[in-house]
Design a protein around this ligand. Structure first.
Ligand code: LLP
Length: 425
């Protein structure tokens, strides 16, 4: 995870900067991003998969600096809106290294993708085919992939499982639905089908679901060759690689995944007498999750009906994951040493609803008091990218840390920002 060091006074440093100092300088809540950790994780993927295309899934978190780091490390980008796409391209990200996803692409998403020249557009439904083909300029050809449902159940929670037929993404193969769409795509002179895409789900720690998906996808590639005589050169297996949120939790082993995927792919292709397609992957969480740390200040501590509640100055407005998926985090006291034993404490946010819980029954010092700082590790993915302005609490800033220095990347959202949009009376 983010490079943390324990300091003599009891504080913790991330990227060489004490968290107490960062809280004073940038105020709280504040999100820290360890640049070196992000870059190291990008390099680990490149080293494990030297021949594959690695597209960072921008939905996990995106800001201009991050897009720039990812670009410098040689990765591509997976985006799912014109917003993510325009931000990346405005930062100088080469559009041809970007893949556009979406189960409901708006006309603006499609127009922006074509105008900026994205590398690939992933078709999610038959209704997109004619719409996309009509939007491509005469004489031009857009590279596309097609998203199919691999029929593999994996992922840490129902809401983040996308490999089964009971969810909204992609097209099923068992009933020939995807095959029919593929035939139509192949008929479009303005579209060039480069391969198949599937994404199983998120927070998957086991390699085996990916191996099953590979076999099924190679089976489909073989059927496409039989029916249409075409060899699709690419296979995109999406993302979903798990990271540990608490000590003892498992991560997906990336070099192990690389080894076993390659072996499975080669074997399945040899059996089907197919050339081995180029692999594409879309890790999001595994790139930025562990590189992020959220720092909150405790605003109140009380013990009522036997539960100790510590309320902090953020909440589900910056981290909706515990409320949405029941995810458990391991907050810890920073800024000072604890002088007492730990006791079970429930860390809650400042929003006006009872479901605004960040961590239930976690061990925190009995002398925890208002003014203390709590750090939540593994906060770099799907926190701020899913943040809201519930109760008109502005969204926290993002600060890059590394080599003992810090730098503001995204400033705090002020009340003036929020009010500027409200123009009626
Ligand atoms: N590719 C596609 C097509 C995706 O839909 C996703 C995530 C990814 C790649 C990246 O998945 P990752 O490697 O980050 O797991 N908000 C949820 C996660 C939703 C994931 C949506 N799609 C959470 O906080 O756990």
């Amino acid at each position: 995870p983010a490079s943390t060091t324990r300091l003599p006074g009891g504080d913790l440093a991330v990227g060489g900067v004490p968290l107490g100092e960062l809280a004073d300088r940038y105020d709280t809540p504040v999100y820290l991003l360890d640049e070196e950790e992000v870059r190291t994780r990008c390099r680990a993927y490149r080293a494990a998969f030297p021949d594959a295309g690695i597209h960072y899934a921008a939905k996990a978190f995106l800001c201009r600096a991050l897009a720039h780091w990812v670009e410098e490390e040689g990765l591509g980008l997976d985006v799912c809106s014109a917003g993510e796409l325009e931000l990346a391209v405005a930062t100088g990200f080469p559009a041809e290294r970007i893949v556009l996803h979406g189960n409901a692409k708006s006309p603006r998403d499609i127009d922006t993708a074509l105008r900026l020249g994205v590398g690939r557009i992933v078709i999610d439904s038959p209704s997109e085919i004619a719409r996309l083909a009509a939007a491509v300029a005469p004489g031009q050809r857009q590279d596309v992939m097609v998203r199919v449902v691999p029929g593999v159940a994996a992922g840490a929670h129902d809401a983040i499982r996308t490999g089964t037929e009971d969810q909204k993404f992609g097209m099923s193969t068992g009933d020939g639905y995807a095959q029919h769409a593929i035939a139509r795509i192949l008929d479009q002179p303005r579209l060039r089908l480069t391969g198949l895409h599937c994404h199983l789900g998120s927070q998957i720690a086991d390699v085996r679901p990916y191996l099953t998906a590979v076999r099924r996808m190679v089976g489909l590639l073989a059927r496409i060759r039989e029916s249409h005589g075409v060899l699709l050169p690419e296979l995109d297996l999406g993302g979903g690689h798990a990271v540990p949120y608490r000590p003892g939790e498992a991560a997906l082993d990336v070099p192990g995944l690389a080894r076993r995927l390659r072996a499975e792919l080669e074997e399945a292709c040899a059996a089907a007498r197919l050339p081995v397609p180029r692999l594409l992957l879309e890790p999001g969480r595994a790139i930025t999750g562990p590189a992020g740390v959220a720092v909150y200040r405790v605003l109140s501590v009380k013990q009522t009906a036997g539960t100790v509640f510590a309320a902090v100055d953020g909440g589900m407005c910056d981290n909706p994951r515990p409320a949405l998926y029941g995810v458990r985090y391991a907050p810890r006291l920073v800024g000072r040493a604890s002088r007492t034993e730990d006791r079970p404490t429930t860390v809650v946010g400042r929003l006006c609803e009872a479901g605004d819980v960040l961590a239930e029954d976690v061990p925190l010092p009995a002398d925890l008091h208002p003014g203390d700082l709590l750090a939540v590790p593994v906060a770099g993915a799907y926190h701020l990218s899913m943040a809201s302005v519930q109760n008109l609490v502005g969204r926290p800033p993002v600060v890059a840390v590394g080599c003992g220095r810090s730098r503001l990347l995204v400033r705090r959202e002020t009340l003036a920002d929020v009010r500027a949009r409200d123009i009626g009376l």
